[in-house]
Design a protein around this ligand. Structure first.
Ligand code: MLT
Length: 260
């Protein structure tokens, strides 16, 4: 298992694993890895993204969750708090379904527990074919147009450009595999209902990819959930409003530790 280069094993106790969105890599968590949280942070590049090469065949989100479990094993951690944003949240929920006993806490940011609609499934397949034929540029342009809130687009063009560059770095094969894996994901509402740990849900008020009502729906299913809405942030709430995002993470982790 290769170290991602962004892991920070400073501080003791249960680690927080930051699981990146699509089509990005662990660099999207720079505002979190730059902060001093006082507990270990694991920031993997999922297979097919960033520094982790794409696999030959197709993979599922469950396989990504198993890969994460191996990633924990390799670092000697039995359990972890998972924080996934969007696709990262889909994978965190797959992990919750497969390894409930290894889950010490769960943060779901700008994501959903429901599967794709038929129309979205068809669009995913078309996009996967197009990425393989044409490369990343059209997808990076489409994604940055819809991921950011209006305020971030107007006030932070440098961030928008950095995210587009990160998307352009991704391997079309890994990206196509991710699209098909997201297409095939099942509902995770059952895993949410069975969650035995407190759930923190973070959502940007301007997120149009996963809407605030989807966050509230997830909170209604889980037994012990809190929603933190970040005003003015779009889909990439950790990058658009890092202070508010990190504050919510810190409070959640402190409460988890106190409850032990
Ligand atoms: C993401 O940000 O990871 C994607 O927008 C998720 C998705 O396409 O469903």
């Amino acid at each position: 298992m290769r170290p991602s280069g962004r892991d920070s094993l400073i501080g003791g106790g249960t680690p927080l694993v930051l699981i990146h969105a699509f089509p990005m890599d662990g660099r999207m968590w720079a505002p979190q890895t730059d902060g001093d949280f006082g507990f270990p942070l694991l920031v993997p590049d999922l297979p097919g993204f960033g520094s982790s090469p794409a696999t030959d065949g197709p993979w599922s989100l469950e396989e990504q969750a198993r890969w994460l479990a191996n990633h924990l094993d390799a670092r000697g951690f039995d359990s972890a708090v998972l924080c996934g944003l969007s696709m990262g949240g889909y994978i965190a929920l797959a992990f919750a379904a497969l390894f409930p006993n290894r889950l010490a806490g769960l943060v779901l940011a700008d994501t959903r527990a429901t599967p794709d609609t038929e129309a979205v499934k068809i669009a995913r397949e078309e996009t996967a074919g197009r990425v393989l034929r044409e490369g990343m540029a059209f997808l990076a342009d489409d994604m940055v147009a819809k991921l950011f809130g209006a305020a971030s687009k107007a006030s932070n063009p440098g961030l928008v450009a950095r995210v587009r560059d990160m998307m352009m770095d991704q391997d079309p094969q890994g990206v196509a595999q991710a699209l098909l894996a997201m297409r095939d994901r099942p509902s995770r509402e059952g895993a949410l209902a069975r969650l035995a740990v407190p759930l923190l849900i973070i959502i940007g008020s301007e997120d149009t990819v996963t809407a605030p009502w989807e966050a509230r729906d997830m909170a209604g299913i889980a037994r012990n959930a809190r929603v933190v809405q970040i005003l003015g942030a779009g889909h990439l709430s950790n990058l658009e409003a890092p202070a508010a995002f990190n504050g919510a993470l810190r409070r959640y982790m402190a409460e988890l530790l106190r409850a032990r």
